[in-house]
Design a protein around this ligand. Structure first.
Ligand code: GRG
Length: 277
């Protein structure tokens, strides 16, 4: 019987070990310490778990390639949080119950921390055994047509978010793109066929949206302030948002259920909407 908690904790342990051996004592600078801070303040490591689950869905339980990709997506995710918390963006003082990077080290250092994490992600990626396939997937998910485009809508730099369709597109880019890329990178590590990659991507896009809807519900109180960011709860109310999250989650699973070993992906889809933080 598959235990999601046991599976996730075992991979988290392997991932933390990789994180430490990659970074600890590598650069003895104040900036490197500041970079380590947001990497070590916890976090669910859900994007690395999507990488591992993507590889396992094709029957690959080894760590080759998947660990490198897991590290890359977590570094990119962490940079996005550090920059998103800055005063010029969301202006948040606390993340994961700890002072944000700019609160602890100052704004200029936090900007550099985000820049360094993003740049390191790409320099680590160079060691990926599937570099030519992985590079366009991660580049598009993180860049101008993915996460950054979503953030541009979120800060009001693009046209106003005045419909569910526009909000869905925003979240598809801001949150869904990196999650979909994570699942695909797992598949690439396991030598997925084109057809299998297409299925993993479809799963990732749907589960990414389900994850964001669940996030909107968790953030409900804050988001319902008039000056808060656009959210599904504001458009649909809490109950309908929950139903939509369940619908995207089910849709996600339809795409991967005939893969050789989809159990971790199924459990992660469920976790994405039932999580409490
Ligand atoms: C490029 C500056 C910049 C931002 C990109 C992703 C993003 C846009 C901003 C991050 C802020 C945010 C709240 C995004 C929504 C996606 C989301 C729910 C992020 C939190 O991810 P979790 O729940 O975080 O995986 P942990 O703490 O578990 O790592």
């Amino acid at each position: 019987m598959f235990s999601f908690d046991a599976w996730a904790n075992s991979w988290r342990e392997t991932f933390e070990e990789k994180l430490h051996t990659t970074f600890d004592d590598r650069f003895p600078t104040q900036l490197a310490q500041a970079c380590a801070y947001p990497l070590k303040t916890g976090g669910k490591r859900i994007r690395p778990l999507f990488v591992f689950a993507g590889a396992e869905s094709l029957g690959d339980f080894s760590q080759q390639g998947a660990l490198n990709s897991a590290l890359v997506v977590e570094l990119i995710h962490t940079y996005s949080l550090v920059h998103d918390d800055l005063p010029c963006m969301d202006d948040d003082d606390v993340r994961r119950g700890q002072p944000t990077v700019h609160k602890k080290y100052g704004e200029a250092a936090a900007l550099l921390v985000g820049d360094a994490l993003l740049t390191e992600a790409f320099s680590i990626l160079v060691e990926n055994p599937h570099l030519p396939s992985v590079l366009p997937v991660i580049g598009q998910a993180a860049g101008l047509s993915g996460m950054i485009a979503g953030q541009s809508f979120d800060i009001g730099f693009e046209e106003p978010i005045d419909s569910i369709e526009k909000l869905s597109l925003l979240h598809k880019k801001k949150t869904g793109a990196l999650i979909a890329a994570s699942v695909q990178l797992g598949g690439i590590a396991a030598d997925a066929s084109e057809e299998q990659l297409r299925k993993l991507r479809a799963y990732g896009i749907n589960v990414g949206l389900a994850f964001q809807l669940a996030d909107d519900i968790l953030d409900q109180e804050q988001d319902q302030k008039d000056d808060g960011p656009p959210s599904f709860v504001k458009f649909l109310g809490r109950e309908k948002t929950l139903l939509e999250a369940q619908r995207y989650c089910q849709e996600a699973v339809t795409h991967i259920q005939d893969l050789p070993n989809p159990q971790a992906l199924k459990a992660l889809a469920e976790f994405s909407i039932s999580r409490t933080h």
